[in-house]
Ligand binder design. Structure first.
Ligand code: NAD
Length: 509
């Protein structure tokens, strides 16, 4: 961490700005961190760790803006989202370039990252029907009951490094369109593309104070979780931090949803389409350098499909490891040197614990990018459930392969893993698929689909160890999360009189 935001070479390096009360401002902090291109180690910009006063100011501005924003008609909110989705579409190539440079993923993956977020903005345009309440007429004589879905106030969002476009877009568009105001804390590792999306939101007409941004790490996050004016917190990131945020926020009376770590299995039955399955496994295991919360990290070969391992290794060998902006790259660098060291340490642990290293990606060479944080596709076979490579989320391009005799054994294996984000089944048998979807205890199931992330008109429904809080991001669930239900029971008299003081209790029985 550096003391002041100046360049080592004397050249100006740009800084990520805070957004407070509609103004993009330079932080007054003395704590800054470099934002580094993971393929080249070039410093792209610096990000401030906002001061306590700046975080407080952002929350107070959001609180002040809430009163007017919650009364802004639905149609006006929707028209901002309509403009916003058009702007994101227009600027996608520019944002994808920034995203690839700061995060490392390939440009097509970066476009996918933005596109999946854009779909949430598109869905936000349907809030007119999504936020409708319920109405029951004549529940007693001249009495009607109806519900209002009202916004809750200042909401905060804390996002991870691996989807700097999609995950912020899971959060603030839906929160805002429901009538809330928002304070976003992007990942400090790659906030530049997130900020480009925030700038477009302001250009689309989000009024001042309705969306605010503070940067930082633990101190900023803890300030959001404990501030009296924050009503709800959406978190996406690792299990350790998500659990901390959930506990701290809940202790301070906030509504919290935490989407956390994963260990996603892909179960392969021998009747599956071999070519398509192997392609899907290679893409889901090694794409985005394995840094997806829905990446496949364990392949479970059932019965005779155990013989497919050599072909999976051959497929993985064909993937091209290179900088994300280079054409035809399949696997970019991992996000940081620290992340690379951690992944290499876990591969070493797997070797020591007796797993077979069927493909070793540790010494991958990328000409022209010798300093990049590259790890090539790596495959372990003979993995057991006690090994660290099985019990830990590696979050890199490393696949663990296990074999079991039957589908029942595979279901038992997956269900005994504490994580519940995603799972895939590869088969041509409808009966096997139906049994699997019914008996598997994982929140998101793919059948011949390796990364089953639901589209935005459903919700992201990771379960068990991958989630705390009952409502997931986007879709109908998040409308519930970002609103509170008020139930009104009303009686009107035809002659215009009201119920007298002795007659105010409505008898429903
Ligand atoms: P992370 O938990 O390190 O960081 C997430 C956020 O928390 C960042 O904004 C960071 O600044 C903040 N943070 C970091 N340390 C903190 C601390 N000690 N106290 C308070 N806040 C802190 O996660 P990451 O490395 O950025 O992202 C990768 C993780 O996110 C993986 O575990 C992945 O599975 C998970 N993830 C989950 C989902 C999902 O939907 N379940 C989606 C994407 C990523």
């Amino acid at each position: 961490m550096n003391a002041i935001p100046t360049s080592r070479t004397g050249q100006a390096i740009s800084t990520a700005k805070l957004l407070i009360d509609g103004e993009f401002t330079e932080s007054r902090t003395t704590e800054w961190r470099d934002i580094v291109n993971p393929a080249t180690q070039e410093v792209l910009a610096r990000v401030p760790f906002a001061t306590k006063e700046e975080v407080d100011a952002a929350i107070r501005c959001a609180h002040a803006a809430f009163d007017t924003w919650k009364k802004t008609p639905v149609g006006a909110r929707v028209r901002i989202m309509l403009k916003y989705q058009a702007l994101i579409r227009e600027h996608m190539p520019r944002i994808a370039k920034t995203l690839s440079a700061e995060q490392g993923k390939t440009v097509p993956d970066a476009e996918g990252d933005i596109f999946r977020g854009l779909e949430v903005v598109e869905h936000a345009c349907s809030i007119g029907t999504l936020q409708q309440g319920e109405f029951a007429e004549n529940v007693a004589g001249s009495v009607d009951t109806y519900t209002l879905r009202q916004p809750i106030g200042v909401c905060a969002g804390i996002t991870p490094f691996n989807f700097p476009a999609m995950i912020p877009l899971w959060m603030f568009p839906m929160a805002i369109v429901c009538g809330n105001t928002f304070v976003l804390k992007p990942s400090e590792q790659d906030p530049l593309s997130t900020m480009q999306l925030v700038e477009l939101a302001i250009e689309a007409g989000v009024p001042k104070g309705v969306l605010n941004v503070v940067h930082g790490g633990k101190e900023v996050v803890d300030a959001l979780c404990t501030h009296e004016l924050v009503k709800a917190i959406s978190f996406v990131g690792s299990t350790a931090v998500g659990t901390h945020v959930y506990n701290l926020g809940s202790q301070h009376g906030k509504r919290v949803q935490s989407m956390m770590g994963a260990k996603n299995h892909a179960v392969v039955l021998p009747d599956a389409n071999r070519e398509q399955t192997l392609n899907a496994l290679a893409g889901a295991g090694f794409g985005a350098a394995g840094q997806r919360c829905m990446a496949t990290s364990v392949v479970v070969l059932v019965g005779a499909s155990k013989d497919w391992l050599p072909e999976l290794v051959e497929k993985a060998k064909t993937l091209k490891v290179n900088a994300g902006h280079e054409p035809k790259t399949d696997v970019g660098p991992v996000v940081s040197r620290t992340a690379k060291e951690r992944i290499l340490g876990l591969i070493e642990a797997g070797v020591k614990e007796g797993a077979t290293l069927a493909l070793d990606g540790r010494d991958v060479k990328v000409p022209g990018y010798e300093g990049g944080n590259f790890v090539g596709p790596t495959i372990f076979s003979d993995v057991t459930t006690e090994m660290e490579i099985y019990t830990t989320e590696i979050f890199g391009p490393v696949l663990c392969v296990m074999t079991v005799p039957t589908l029942d054994n595979a279901i038992a294996l997956v269900n005994s893993n504490p994580m519940g984000n995603g799972v895939g089944l590869f088969t041509q048998s409808g009966a096997a698929a139906r049994k699997f979807q019914s008996e598997i205890d994982i929140g998101q199931v793919g059948i011949n689909i390796p990364i089953p992330v639901p589209v935005p008109y459903f919700s992201f429904t990771g379960s068990r160890g991958s989630k705390l809080g009952d409502l997931g991001p986007y879709g109908k669930q998040v409308v519930q999360f970002y609103t509170q239900t008020k139930t009104v029971t009303a009686r009107w008299f035809e002659d215009g009189t009201t119920a007298g003081p002795v007659n105010t209790t409505i008898r429903l029985g």
